[in-house]
Design a protein around this ligand. Structure first.
Ligand code: TXA
Ligand code: MG
Length: 354
């Protein structure tokens, strides 16, 4: 039976001095075991009390998420690390000092009996993060419980960077949304597992490889992109297809002029039977006027901006019913690693190398 509920929206304007007070109702609902979406500095999360089996089950059913994919637990106070985990690693502590609040999730050994079993999907570890967003922190402080929160999208859709994206996917399925405007980074947090002197990146994100290495010069930092194709990935979420637009997306790599020329040729060839879309950088956008929808991610020299716009662009192609999409690629330096990781997933690793 599909139950429709009325999804409340709380629009929070942080310019107003009483914005904290407006969070009282969503915070009380979270404490009472309901599912509430809220903004973070990465993407919108769908939160619920991480200790309650029933509250957490509500997250999985609203998203249609496979039950073997564990959830990240969000905290607002460092003391919660020791309530929820048996963290003894010195490097892990240093990473928290440096990057929290911020877009870094640490996989830590979970304390038995303190969290719902579904949060960890039966693993001995839990992913913890302290988001760098005043609304998220204040909401959790008022709710006063650890909050399990995956991205607030339907499973398989791009993560939401605006409250309207959350409504598009989850209206009628969740109790409410705290609308705090656009998120910042626009891609999910970096997920890392630390053991001894080794930092393994399970998912690249807002905190870059370069930043991790600079914080821990004595550590080895590895980004295993091939994790995605292994049979038993360390991070269960890696095995699922994510963020796929409805149209067929192909990434075109190579020297800039050759890439533009190839895309123009393809658009011309497929224009009759398709609605053609191009995802590109501002510098090249003028080449693609024949396409039905051209979305520019901003300058190729400002990858932070491109990252913050990627998911919105993928949703736009769907909205316009685009059936074929060609995308330019970026470097994999800095935030480029996370950007290309998500773009590759969205394209199902469909790449043309010129
Ligand atoms: O930025 C973010 O991290 C956002 C916002 C809302 O905080 N959240 C988010 O959650 O992206 P989600 O559920 O969409 O992604 C969580 C990822 C999945 O790939 C999952 O498999 C992995 O983290 N993960 C969670 N717990 C894990 C664990 N114990 N071991 C390994 N991987 C884990
Ligand atoms: Mg997600």
């Amino acid at each position: 039976m599909d139950v429709m509920i009325h999804t409340k929206v709380w629009k929070i304007d942080q310019i107003k001095s009483d914005w904290h007070v407006q969070l009282a109702q969503p915070a009380a609902l979270l404490s009472a075991g309901k599912q509430i979406a809220f903004p973070t500095e990465t993407v919108y999360g769908l939160g619920a009390d991480a200790r309650s089996e029933e509250a957490v089950r509500g997250i999985f059913s609203a998203k249609g998420r496979p039950s073997d994919n564990p959830l990240i637990v969000h905290i607002y106070d460092r003391s919660q690390v020791h309530e929820l985990t048996n963290c003894t690693n010195e490097l892990a502590e240093r990473l928290m000092d440096q990057f929290w609040p911020g877009p870094l999730t640490l996989i830590l050994p979970v304390r038995q009996g303190v969290l719902s079993n579904q949060v960890t999907a039966g693993l001995q570890t839990v992913g913890l993060r302290m988001p760098d967003h005043p609304i998220a922190l204040e909401l959790m402080r008022q709710a006063a419980v650890p909050i399990a929160a995956p991205s607030a999208n339907t499973s398989g859709r791009p993560s939401p960077t605006l409250a309207s994206h959350v409504l598009d996917d989850l209206q009628g399925k969740i109790e409410g949304i705290v609308d705090g405007g656009a998120t910042g980074v626009g891609l999910e947090s970096t997920v890392v597992e630390v053991s001894g002197q080794h930092i393994q990146i399970l998912r690249p994100g807002g905190v870059t490889v370069e930043q991790l290495q600079a914080c821990c010069p004595e550590a080895s930092v590895t980004l295993e992109t091939e994790l995605e194709t292994k049979e038993a990935p360390r991070s269960p979420g890696m095995k699922y297809t994510h963020y796929a637009p409805q149209g067929k997306l192909v990434i075109v790599k190579g020297e800039s002029a050759a890439v533009s020329q190839y895309i123009v040729q393809q658009v011309t060839m497929h224009a009759a039977e398709n609605k053609c879309g191009v995802l590109c950088f501002k510098e090249n956008a003028h080449h693609y006027e024949q396409a039905d929808l051209v979305l520019s991610l901003g300058s190729v020299n400002q990858l932070e901006q491109a990252a913050s716009r990627l998911y919105e662009a993928l949703r736009k192609f769907d909205e316009y019913g685009v059936t074929r999409i060609w995308s330019e690629a970026s470097t994999t330096e800095g935030i480029g690693a996370a950007f290309m990781n998500r773009l590759l997933k969205a394209a199902g690793h469909n790449v043309i190398n010129l």
